[in-house]
Design a protein around this ligand. Structure first.
Ligand code: CDP
Length: 788
């Protein structure tokens, strides 16, 4: 889309430099840990060494004897106020601090309040706790066996570890298509537990002002308004009502879904501040963040795909066990316990599908957060893209050809999927073709054949994913009953400057720039004259926050609609000033003019001043608007990624030689920011594909509890990403835009796995679970008799 505005105005399509970067690049960001208040106290947390144990006794005498330690807070203390348990976003319950038993290693057991961060840490060391270990369940499949110990003994009448069963689709039609199929493929796919590892860990500063009775909490949250409501619901009975709670989400150093849940530390800090009347700071350290905060994925999937020998795909059947840890604290829309996993038919025109998911409790921290993903979409994409590839190999058809044959065609949009989603727009073949042209697909296949003849291992993997972002239409989407709209409130000042506030909250995505660009696009104010604010519940309009790439589909749409309301009023003011009829005015970037008389014009700045100094009689003064946008549908960005790998026969090391990513997120607000989102997202897809996994031993000890063994890709491991784009606007979004923040993380792993399996298929390898470590590949090579 060619920009409609000049670079000076900086509307949509301009790669405006990020307004937030001067402060970030100079170390002048204001993160939660930068908040320091007079008389502030510090909280540190005692954590359980056991994954499952009864607490026999907590002796805090040695800790409280340390000068500067003011208190040791336990579950029993919180129980007095009925604050020892809290609800999760999925209407389960989660301990703030345990009263009788712990459920996972690193769980919060007590909190030490002290005058200094380091004294608090000394206090933690001095708290003595007697535990009585209980049998541990780490494997969700074993958790479902009849003789498994029941973990949630707090739930009356709970006789097993099964949380919920959920299914979707047409079972009979799917089974019938499987019976009729000429060819079927089946695979067990495990998508392991991983952690978001944002640069900033979680934390808060809670300040209860006893005089005003007001609680202010600076906290690392992606959803400040929802958190305020949850706090009011949980602590209303101790006097914290919603108008007296202010949540401020200052600069956030990466969220990726990990900063949506409410962690016990936040609640304990608030309770400590309310009890002492002093500000209380709690900041996790890196290992606490990695070991105890909510996790993503952990899906044990069995998938089957049916089709014909000519490559026509017909039906998909999936059964999944979802390991949620000891509580279901996933941040999903309420109606969908498995998130949007049922977008698993992907980019393909299937006749029927059926999906079943069972949630299970284990002795692990809560799981189910949407790691840079729209609620289980990565799991869905991984499954369908692996299965499609498996089918191609099974019938001996090229993986690109099979995809091209089964893609939903452009003329089929809006397209109703076999699992009931209405895809808004797409042109999947164009994206794949562009990726194939960019990478030189045909030549690579020739090279691969030559190399294979020489015994060298080279693979080409494709992932042609469809995403589903922009939760969401209120008829289907809510969290704890709160509908998933989002909001924009825009005020134009008399001097032609603008403040725009939103219910979302950037964690590095660049909203201060891109939202300002939308105002520039719609109203013609230069991007520099628009100040964007998010994250303060006292000033921002109510919204559900930023995660699951929903900011552009929902809040950016709210921004456009609010601007259009302002423009309608600006037209009335211009008509009055120009002594013309409204219908005789035309809009050109930044001004209204009388049709046929371009000289008779009023700029948006002149109109802004008049709104406060010379507004038409009978019209309210001022120039501002609010919009709460309830999207009519989700947006469905898509892309095709092609990855080329070379595998070292001696070490099993997978080397990504090339990776071409073609993305389509409809109309783009800021091409540079989108490219940055894709580069970062691809690297966050590379990590889980090759390196990242959280595992536990039989006793529930975490095996990757620090960055020494939880491996994140660095610049050294990251290949040169080659990006390109197609543009298929969303027909229902006011700007034709779709979300993009997570596309690359969702789409990348499948391309990498498919490339590895493609390199090894002739050796009898059908599937490799991520992360594809060198050790795993080395074992497969040795099993196939390959030596380096
Ligand atoms: O919700 P979140 O901000 O994480 O995701 P998003 O809506 O996909 O947006 C990520 C960043 O990319 C934001 O700064 C968007 O404004 C920008 N973007 C864009 O410039 N054009 C698009 N079509 C989509 C996103």
């Amino acid at each position: 889309m060619a920009p409609k505005t000049s670079p000076e105005i900086g509307g949509m399509g301009h790669s405006v430099k990020r307004k937030e970067d001067p402060r970030f690049l100079r170390g002048l960001g204001n993160y939660v840990d930068d908040v320091n208040l007079p008389g502030m106290l510090y909280l540190d947390i005692v954590r359980s060494p056991y994954a499952h144990a009864t607490i026999k006794n907590i002796d805090s005498s040695k800790a409280t004897a340390i000068p500067g330690v003011l208190a040791v807070i336990t579950g029993k203390d919180l129980e007095k106020y009925n604050l020892h348990w809290m609800p999760t976003l999925m209407s389960d319950t989660q301990m703030v601090l345990p009263v009788d038993k712990v459920m996972y290693q690193a769980q919060e057991v007590a909190a030490v309040l002290a005058t200094d961060r380091y004294i608090a840490a000394d206090g933690v060391e001095a708290v003595e706790i007697d535990y009585d270990p209980l049998p541990v369940v780490v494997d969700p499949k074993k958790a479902l066996l009849p003789d498994a110990p029941v973990l949630r003994t707090d739930k009356k009448d709970k006789k097993d570890n099964h949380i919920w069963h959920w299914e979707w689709g047409n079972r009979e039609a799917t089974d019938q298509l499987f019976s009729d199929a000429e060819v079927t493929v089946k695979e067990d796919i495990y998508i392991p537990r991983i952690h978001v590892s944002s640069i900033e860990t979680c934390g808060c500063v809670a300040h209860f002002d006893k005089v005003r009775g007001k609680l202010t909490v600076w906290m690392t949250t992606q959803a400040p308004h929802a958190i305020r409501t949850v706090f009011a619901l949980v602590a209303g009975h101790v006097g914290l009502s919603e108008e007296k709670i202010q949540i401020i989400s200052p600069d956030i150093g990466g969220g990726f879904g990990g900063k949506v849940p409410v962690y016990p530390g936040y609640v304990i800090a608030v309770a400590a501040s309310v009890l002492t009347g002093k500000p209380v700071k709690w900041i996790e350290d890196r290992m606490e963040n990695l070991q105890a905060d909510s996790f993503a994925r952990d899906y044990h999937i069995t998938a089957e795909l049916a089709g014909k020998k000519d490559g026509t795909l017909t039906a998909l059947r999936i059964k999944t066990i979802a390991d949620h840890g000891y509580t279901d604290a996933a941040a999903n829309p309420s109606k969908f316990p498995a998130g949007l996993f049922h977008v698993c038919t992907g980019s393909y025109d299937l006749k029927a599908a059926h999906v079943e998911v069972d949630g299970v409790y284990t002795n692990k921290p809560p799981g189910g957060i949407a790691y840079r993903c729209s609620f289980r979409v990565t799991e869905a994409v991984h499954t369908i893209e692996r299965m499609t590839d498996l089918m191609a190999h099974e019938i001996g058809m090229d993986a690109a050809e099979l995809r091209m044959k089964n893609f939903i065609k452009p003329e089929q949009f809006p397209y109703k999927s076999a699992l009931d989603w209405e895809y808004d727009s797409g042109n999947y073949a164009a994206a794949l073709q562009l990726a194939m042209d960019r990478i030189g697909y045909a030549e690579l296949r020739k090279e691969q054949a030559e190399k294979r003849a020489r015994g060298e291992l080279m693979g080409i993997g494709i992932s042609s994913f469809t995403e589903i972002v922009g939760a969401g239409p209120s008829k289907h989407f809510d969290i704890l009953g709160i509908k998933m709209f989002d909001s924009a409130e825009i005020r134009v000042h008399p001097t032609g400057k603008v403040i725009a506030r939103f219910g979302t909250k950037s964690q590095g995505q660049g909203h201060e720039t891109t939202y300002a660009q939308i105002v520039a696009e719609e109203l013609g104010f230069p991007v520099d004259s628009v100040l964007v604010e998010e994250g303060d519940t006292d000033t921002a309009p109510y919204g559900l926050g930023t995660y699951a790439s929903r900011s552009t589909p929902v809040a950016a749409a709210a921004c456009a609609v609010a601007c259009r309301k302002i423009k309608d009023k600006a037209r009335k003011i211009a008509a009055y000033l120009l002594e013309a009829h409204e219908d005789d005015l035309e809009w050109e970037v930044g001004k209204f003019f009388v049709k046929g008389s371009p000289d008779r014009a009023k700029t948006i700045q002149e109109i802004s001043l008049a709104a406060y100094t010379n507004h038409p009689p009978g019209l309210e003064a001022g120039l501002e608007a609010v919009n709460y946008y309830d999207p009519p549908n989700l947006t469905y960005p898509f892309g095709s990624y092609i990855c080329v790998v070379d595998i070292d026969k001696g070490t099993g090391e997978v080397k990504i030689r090339r990776f071409v990513a073609v993305d389509d997120c409809g109309n783009i607000i800021n091409p540079m920011i989108v490219e940055g989102q894709i580069h970062g997202g691809l690297t966050m897809g590379l990590g889980p594909a090759l390196y990242e996994e959280i595992q536990y031993d039989e006793s529930g000890n975490i095996l990757q509890g620090s960055f020494m063994n939880y491996l994140l890709p660095t610049a050294v491991e990251t290949p040169n990403w080659e990006t390109d784009k197609t543009c298929t606007p969303s027909p229902h979004h006011p700007l034709g835009a779709k979300g993009v923040g997570e596309s690359a993380t969702v789409g990348a792993p499948a391309a990498i796995v498919n490339a590895v399996v493609d390199a090894l298929w002739h050796l009898g390898v059908r599937h490799v679970d991520i992360p594809i470590t060198s050790a795993k590949v080395w074992k497969l090579l040795r099993a196939a008799g390959v030596r380096g």
